[in-house]
Design a protein. Structure first.
Length: 727
């Protein structure tokens, strides 16, 4: 940088667009708080200096001129100016400060900022010190000159930051400390907080709600909520109606009554937690509640106006500001993605309280108090409650699960979403999927509707199903079920069970309830019989596998078990629980407490269930003995008898259009461990690798059985001859 000397001016109008407070603050930082020395290196430090200043006007204001793009360091500046010249510049800055403090002509803050500070001070009960600090923080966010000047001071600890602020703003030091404490009105309202880190400059330590909030404070004289519109937004009009939530009507009625009473009586601390998988309509339900109650619903935004995500700490500050600003209004607040705040892995509580996870957990009382004292009723939405600390959970007035709608609801929602686009077969297949959230169907239909004119009509249904399939897989769920129907040749008489299955179905139809444990080798027809039985009872079949219910979070498996029974009860469905041995293991061998509570929950739900419950297992000997006693009937399914095998072979040949020579009956009878599942597997294979004749069918069945567990071939040697044991 080629410095040519000191600029000979004592003018205070170097920044004609800056209001008087900013110029005063800049000069006080430069003159009284070491800003000038840091900029020029005259204090022996070269860590900061002019390298932090990019505005040429700031260089000129300091009394330095030259080519500002050369990037000389502050020690080079000191070499150019001797100590006497630097002292001369500092004295000139001091004279500017003295005249400016006496001047009455320099403009003040914008009228909008003055009015906005006044109305926020009235609403939040800010004292004069707090109002001054809020004004400074807003100007710091919007004035490049002030930002560059405070950068000269470098990182500050809290004590040093408060000392600078009290000096620059002419406040009492203790008043500034109190105003910036976490218990002060600024922090409690979420408008302004001080970061605890010592590695932050003053500009980084003072955290406003958002940059957009600061810009509006300076440029718009607006209603308080309008100032927060990038973080607190009016909710959209609901697109669903009460009938769409018939599956949660038992919770919805009391919830509406409670919210109405809370609003009428101006009760504090009303918090409702609504949880369930993504896309089940939680946000739509919240919007419907606001509409039914006839009050405004405001949402705490999860992204700013630029579409960037807002972290949990900033969202919580926005929530607190909204609580203050809505305190005297008849309104409800919606906080979606509440896991940002309450989840153990979320950053919300950590950012809000400052520090590490252990510190956040040790100060849970802070957020507990926030849940107990909020003036505006709040609906908290989350996809999962697995990671929410019990200390938070018990402070919610109501906790409501929003499950995937039952089949009858899914059929109505899918039909409504598709609006004539899809054939009945596709609608039925979509509604059959137990994991399919309404939002997934709506989004897929919306995409295909947009490009519909470019697709052949015959491809529309397949395109919707493919989009739905892709989303289901991405969510960790199975794809749409393609083989939901029983084989056409299914006959319970061709199942080797320990009881007459036809008579059993007649009895269950008459009793309308029962608990069955179907056990035996894989493929013997346990699941197929459950499906057939549901058809005979005229009820839907709700299938759950143990892997669907077991969860890594403590207590989550128990909740999933209870949810499965509750859904079956609600739908009037036959509940089929496959692989039940994973959930009902013998408790005497349990090594963890959760293994016992899991079994206990299963037993409790089984006893309370009013419908038909069927459990299947290949490992009946592993089941808890108390659990076995809870089943009304333990029924073994075994390998096919010879006559059953031959009858099923003939029917399969007929279905595949093959001749079935009687000469093959003996060969079929010699196949060990033949099951109905083997016939089903071979039939599927025929779809892509057609069988030539009945002999090929027989050979395919033999191959299936040869691969079964237990059909091993151990090798032994006698002399030079090899003997295969087990043949």
């Amino acid at each position: 940088m080629a410095f040519r000397g000191v600029r000979k001016t004592d003018s205070v109008s170097t920044f004609p667009d800056e209001p008087k407070p900013v110029l005063l603050w800049v000069l006080r930082i430069l003159v009284h708080h070491g800003g000038f020395q840091a900029a020029t290196g005259s204090n022996g430090q070269t860590l900061f200096g002019l390298g932090y200043i990019t505005d040429p006007k700031v260089h000129a204001f300091l009394g330095l001129t030259g080519d500002h793009d050369s990037g000389e360091s502050s020690d080079e500046i000191e070499d150019f100016f001797d100590k006497a010249k630097l002292r001369e510049i500092l004295k000139a800055l001091h004279r500017r400060l003295t005249r400016l403090e006496k001047s009455r002509q320099q403009p003040g803050p914008s009228p909008a900022l003055v009015a906005n500070i006044a109305q926020l001070a009235s609403l939040v009960n800010l004292n004069e010190t707090e109002s001054s600090l809020l004004l400074f923080a807003v100007m710091l966010s919007t004035s490049a000159v002030l930002r560059e000047t405070v950068e000269l001071l470098g990182p500050l600890g809290n004590e040093r930051a408060c000392a600078v602020l009290s000096g620059v703003l002419k406040l009492g030091y203790k008043d500034a400390v109190a105003a910036l404490s976490r218990r002060g009105a600024l922090a409690q309202s979420g408008l302004l907080r001080m970061e605890a880190s010592r590695n932050f400059s003053l500009g980084e330590k003072l955290g406003l709600l958002s940059d957009a909030f600061a810009e509006r404070m300076v440029t718009e004289e607006a209603a308080p909520l309008e100032l927060l519109r990038d973080t607190i937004t009016p909710s959209a009009t609901p697109t669903l109606s009460r009938v769409d939530f018939a599956h949660v009507e038992q919770d919805l009625g009391p919830l509406l009554l409670y919210l109405r009473c809370g609003l009428d009586e101006v009760m504090a601390g009303i918090n409702i937690l609504i949880y369930g998988p993504s896309g089940t309509g939680k946000t739509e339900l919240a919007r419907l509640l606001g509409a039914d109650l006839g009050v405004d619903l405001f949402e705490v935004a999860s992204e700013n106006e630029d579409g960037d995500a807002i972290d949990g700490g900033a969202r919580m500050r926005a929530y607190r500001a909204a609580q203050v600003l809505l305190a005297k209004s008849s309104a409800i607040l919606l906080f979606d993605e509440a896991e940002d705040i309450f989840g153990r892995g979320g950053d919300g509580l950590l950012a809000l309280l400052g520090g590490k996870d252990g510190q956040a957990q040790s100060r849970k009382a802070w957020i507990n108090k926030a849940l107990e004292s909020n003036a505006t009723p709040t609906l908290w939405l989350t996809n999962s409650i697995a990671g929410i600390d019990p200390a938070f959970m018990r402070r919610f007035d109501m906790v409501i699960e929003m499950p995937i709608p039952p089949k009858r609801q899914r059929e109505r929602i899918v039909t409504q979403s598709a609006a004539g686009m899809l054939p009945a077969t596709t609608l039925s297949r979509l509604a059959q999927c137990e994991h399919l959230a309404p939002a997934v169907v709506a989004r897929a239909v919306s995409v295909i509707r947009t490009i519909r004119e470019h697709l052949p009509e015959a491809h529309i249904a397949g395109a919707v199903e493919r989009l739905v399939d892709n989303t289901l897989r991405a969510q960790g769920h199975p794809a749409l079920e393609r083989m939901t129907a029983l084989p056409l040749i299914y006959d319970p008489a061709l199942v080797n069970a320990g009881a007459n299955l036809l008579e059993l179905s007649t009895g269950l139809i008459r009793a309308n309830r029962g608990r069955l444990c179907l056990y035996g080798p894989s493929g013997t027809g346990k699941t197929a019989y459950a499906r057939w039985l549901a058809e005979q009872l005229g009820r839907p079949l709700l299938v759950r596998r143990a892997s669907d219910l077991i969860d890594k979070w403590l207590g989550a498996s128990e909740r999933n078990i209870a949810s499965a029974f509750r859904e079956a009860q609600s739908e009037g469905a036959v509940l089929l629980l496959d692989e039940v041995d994973s959930l009902l293991q013998e408790r005497r061998g349990a090594q963890h407490a959760w293994e016992i509570t899991q079994v206990n929950e299963m037993l409790t739900q089984m006893e309370a269930f009013e419908g038909v419950f069927i459990a299947t297992t290949n490992l009946v000997n592993d089941l808890d003995q108390a659990a076995l006693r809870r089943f009304d009937l333990k029924l073994k399914f075994d390998y096919l008898k010879a006559d059953q095998g031959w009858d099923l072979f003939q029917r399969q040949c007929t279905a595949l259009n093959l001749e079935a020579p009687l000469s093959l009956r003996g060969a079929l009878a010699r196949i060990d461990r033949l099951t109905p599942g083997d016939f089903a597997a071979v039939a599927r294979r025929h779809d892509f690798s057609p069988l030539r004749d009945a002999h090929a069918l027989l050979e395919a069945l033999r191959e299936e059985c040869a691969l079964k567990e237990g059909k091993t071939h151990a090798m032994g040697f006698v002399g030079n001859e090899t003997i295969q044991k087990g043949d």
